[in-house]
Ligand binder design. Structure first.
Ligand SMILES: Cc1cc2nc3c(=O)[nH]c(=O)nc-3n(C[C@H](O)[C@H](O)[C@H](O)COP(=O)(O)O)c2cc1C
Length: 416
């Protein structure tokens, strides 16, 4: 870090809106407004326990001064994984390792919320098992799901998954996490239930907006019951699916208001899914505005809601971050990818530095492969940061594939 920048504008920086603390309704005080959004670290062991590498990654990030750390998605069910080497929390078997993970952040003054998730129809593992989903509707992506069209969940399976979210949440707070975030975005199980394209059920869990959101609302209730009123309950929600016939912005706004009525502590706003990855900036028909992808939605929601809001996706300009926090549009600014290149991001921004230009990550134009390249590229950075090395851009397609491809293959084959 450039030391001279650190002391250039000390008076201005001390009063920067991003440096003010913020207290959630549950009583949790976050020391500043910068949050690291969830990024799947793929640093669990083959049984789903957090590893020392994961703990060290978070210690490095926490030294970087952000106020809140939302973990990459932790699975609620060891039968279904988003990626190999996801952490899984469904019993007290790995609790000691989870405690170390939370402690790594607390030791540096940050707060940590565990994101909990079920992949539904996009489960990567087990490779040869049919994934479960609201309905037997595969992904609308060429060559995907030829052999992996999901099967519709029974009601008993839906109720079991709600219970699993609650169990994982209870264990998370037992391990010392400051709360949990229910992942209801990006096309995973709960987001699939919200989508009129993926959920074509005609029972009590689909068919109307209220029934499609029932899984989310019942999960939130069960999770609150499990963690009590003094731990943070957050939800990550799509502002829209950015697909014709998918979750619309209006319906998402109604869901957000329903979540406010449930008394959640923090809504993280995102958007998109595997078919339309708006969360990474690929928004159809909106290719010019690259900063703060979902800001319009946040502004609209803020007019109707007082609930704490975190905005994530393409936030890069510090003046925009300062403005939206000081105007009260959002309470926390979320960033994900910049933390892979700037582990000390918060300290750097407080010292007057900016978010670096995004690195070039190889892409071939076919979404599933590009998503894999993003994952591989970032996973390689997480390993570097965790072992005390500086992040280093990987040049070219071949290098990116080689940096993680063999490991990913090995991980898939050996995951328990
Ligand atoms: C490698 C990688 C892994 C991700 N894993 C998760 C995840 O586990 N949970 C989640 O909610 N979002 C995940 N995301 C999405 C980010 O949280 C965030 O919504 C997105 O990257 C946009 O924010 P950004 O522009 O600041 O990167 C991931 C993104 C990347 C690049």
């Amino acid at each position: 870090m450039n030391k001279s920048l650190q002391f250039e504008h000390p008076v201005e920086n001390l009063t920067s809106p991003l440096q003010q603390s913020f207290t959630l309704p549950c009583g949790l005080t976050i020391p500043n407004r910068i949050a690291k959004a969830g990024m799947s670290e793929q640093l669990g062991d083959r049984h789903g326990s957090p590893t020392v590498e994961l703990e060290q990654l978070y210690a490095a990030w926490a030294r970087g001064g952000a106020g809140l750390f939302i973990t990459g998605n932790v699975m609620v069910d060891h039968h279904y994984f988003v990626e190999p080497r996801n952490a899984v929390l469904e019993s007290d078997r790995f609790l000691a390792a989870y405690k170390l993970w939370a402690k790594a952040v607390h030791a540096h003054g940050g707060k940590i919320i565990m994101q909990i998730n079920h992949p539904g129809r996009v489960a990567v593992l087990p490779l040869l098992k049919r994934p479960v989903a609201p309905s037997a509707v595969g992904l609308d992506l060429p060559a995907m799901n030829i052999i992996r069209v999901p099967r519709a969940m029974t009601e008993a399976e839906i109720l079991e998954q709600i219970q699993r979210f609650a169990t994982t949440a209870a264990l998370a707070v037992q391990a010392g996490f400051d709360g949990v975030q229910v992942h209801a975005a990006h096309g995973y199980l709960i987001s699939q239930f919200l989508s009129p394209l993926a959920n074509i059920r005609t029972d009590g869990w689909g068919g109307s907006p209220e029934k499609r959101r029932r899984l989310l609302i019942e999960t939130v209730r069960a999770v609150r019951q499990a963690i009590g009123p003094n731990k943070a309950l957050s939800v990550k929600l799509n502002s829209a699916d950015f697909q014709k016939g998918g979750l619309s912005q209006q319906e998402s706004m109604d869901i957000a208001l329903a979540l406010e009525a449930e008394g959640i502590d923090l809504l993280e706003i995102s958007g998109g899914n595997y078919e339309s990855p708006a969360q990474l900036g690929y928004t159809p028909g909106k290719q010019t505005e690259r900063d703060a992808y979902f800001l319009d939605y946040a502004e609209q929601l803020r007019r109707q809601s007082k609930m704490p809001l975190m905005l994530t996706g393409g936030l890069r300009k510090v003046d925009v971050m300062n403005r939206i926090v000081s105007d009260g549009v959002v309470d926390l600014v979320g960033m994900a990818r910049p933390f892979a290149m700037q582990p000390n991001l918060a300290k750097q921004l407080f010292a007057g530095q900016s978010v670096n230009e995004p690195p070039q990550i190889p892409a071939i134009g076919y979404k599933p492969v590009d998503a894999y390249l993003q994952l591989a590229w970032h996973a390689a950075q997480f390993r570097r940061i965790s072992s005390g090395r500086d992040p280093k851009p990987l040049g070219g397609l071949i290098r990116t594939v080689l940096a993680f491809g063999p490991r990913m293959g090995f991980n898939i084959l050996t995951q328990h």
